[in-house]
Design a protein around this ligand. Structure first.
Ligand SMILES: *Cc1c(COP(=O)(O)O)cnc(C)c1O
Length: 376
């Protein structure tokens, strides 16, 4: 055995599952969205560790592709990002945490101000000579973060308020953009037009991934895609962009199980024939959600091996799960099984758990052996 082969073997023994992240596909997805929103700047939402795929690696690849503006959720994510991208514009979506204006601004992180309390505190920081910049969030129907239109109008009526707060962006967020025919979209667009007219010299931003596809009138000056960059489904009746992430788990052993036996915790599923059951080295501690489990009452998620789909059988355990490989004669101990990726769409797996690709990706955990490919 040559040296590099033995390193590979040692690597394989560390963990039972691996995650491959294609940074070239990520960059290509960003470029495609940038052409779809050609009149606007295309930023990137990299919150939640870049939707579970690695903040530093993902944001660096996006920056090489041309992305200059990034959105994180919390200051700690912003600080990590600042360390690798000294020039980037970074917005912190969850806003200003009490008493942190100075430290945010010291890392040149821009809070997205979403309440009157936050604005008051930011105004005091600016009045004391602080020169940090910020965004203003106006709520247009999500009722989560942001000033009401009336509060925004009152703020705009104060002399020179945009300038004195250092507002570099006015934004809002769509609640139903993934459902193109939902009437809420047009209603939020109308309200956001009003909000952006209040601050005519401040750039405006409304669209997430799905919002970009609602039409050019939703683009304004800057768009903020997240899930579409990472290859997840962003709109009900549109295919996702290129696949970015693939997860595979190893077969630890294959068991012959007689008809009428039960598989796993809770004895939730009974074999209806003499079966070959493969046990995989992955479980809910790796974010393979327990809600994907199979039972006699309800089918679970599928996986893919040797070009064939196989189904989960029984409950997902913390570190293990079982699949039925009765019809897949080639299945062997040590085989890698695709959990999601090019042959097993992440959104299909997520749906088996009654959830969305976003939750599956951001739940992945740190036990995978991570491989980044296609980087610059
Ligand atoms: C997460 C988020 C985005 C990106 O949304 P996607 O649906 O992933 O494209 C954009 N804007 C805000 C405010 C967000 O919270």
């Amino acid at each position: 055995m040559n040296h590099s082969a033995s390193i590979l073997t040692a690597e394989r023994q560390k963990t039972g599952a691996r995650l491959t992240i294609d940074l070239a596909a990520l960059a290509a997805n960003w470029r495609l969205l940038a052409t779809r929103a050609a009149q606007a700047e295309t930023a990137a939402a990299v919150k939640g560790n870049a939707y579970g795929l690695g903040l530093e690696q993902s944001a660096s690849a996006l920056a090489v592709a041309g992305c200059r503006t990034f959105f994180v959720a919390v200051p700690a994510e912003g600080a990590r990002l600042r360390a690798v991208l000294p020039q980037a514009t970074i917005y912190v979506l969850n806003g200003l945490i009490e008493g942190t204006a100075d430290s945010l601004a010291a890392s040149r992180l821009r809070p997205v101000l979403g309440s009157l309390e936050e604005i008051e505190e930011w105004a005091a920081y600016r009045a004391a000579g602080g020169d940090g910049l910020a965004a203003l969030h106006v709520d247009t129907g999500m009722n989560r973060l942001g000033l009401t239109l009336d509060q925004a109008a009152a703020l705009a009526a104060l002399p020179d308020s945009a300038h004195s707060l250092g507002l570099a962006l006015v934004m809002s967020h769509l609640a139903c953009a993934d459902t193109p025919n939902h009437m809420q979209n047009a209603r939020q667009l109308e309200r956001f037009r009003e909000a952006s007219r209040l601050f005519p010299r401040v750039p405006a931003s409304l669209a997430n991934s799905a919002g970009i596809h609602l039409g050019e009138e939703y683009h304004f000056d800057l768009v903020r895609p997240g899930i579409a960059l990472y290859g997840g489904r962003f709109m009900q009746d549109r295919p996702p962009l290129a696949v970015v992430a693939a997860a595979e788990a190893r077969i630890l052993q294959i068991r012959s199980v007689a008809r009428g036996e039960t598989i796993g915790y809770g004895a939730m599923e009974t074999t209806t024939r003499a079966s070959r059951i493969a046990i995989l080295s992955v479980g809910y501690a790796d974010g393979y959600l327990r809600a994907t489990s199979s039972s006699d009452q309800r089918p679970g998620a599928n996986v893919c091996l040797h070009g064939t789909r196989a189904r989960l059988i029984g409950r997902v355990s913390m570190d293990l799960l079982a699949i039925d490989v009765t019809g897949i004669a080639q299945a062997r101990r040590g085989d890698l099984v695709e959990l999601f990726g090019p042959n097993m769409p992440i959104d299909e797996v997520a749906l088996a758990a009654d959830t969305i690709g976003y939750e599956f990706l951001t739940s992945l955990g740190d036990r995978y052996e991570r491989h980044y490919v296609g980087g610059a």
